[in-house]
Write a protein of this length. Structure first.
Length: 67
């Protein structure tokens, strides 16, 4: 199951939104309301921490040896 982050959409601009996490199957529909307060919510897109490399790595350059 995936963990999704949701944020409430406050009725007043002075109110602070509440963030919470919910574990859901990827096939389930996104939540529309906060289970605790009943306020409308939006799903928050959060970034991953994966590492992407392109080209030749330093380790493979070391294994070639010096010419």
């Amino acid at each position: 199951m995936a963990t999704y982050v949701y944020e409430t959409i406050p009725e007043n601009a002075d109110e602070k939104p509440r963030r919470f996490e919910v574990q859901q199957k990827m096939t389930e529909d996104a939540l529309t309301h906060d289970p605790e307060s009943g306020l409308p919510v939006k799903r928050v897109i959060t970034g991953g921490c994966g590492i992407v490399t392109h080209g030749t790595s330093i380790l493979s350059m070391r294994s070639r040896g010096s010419k």
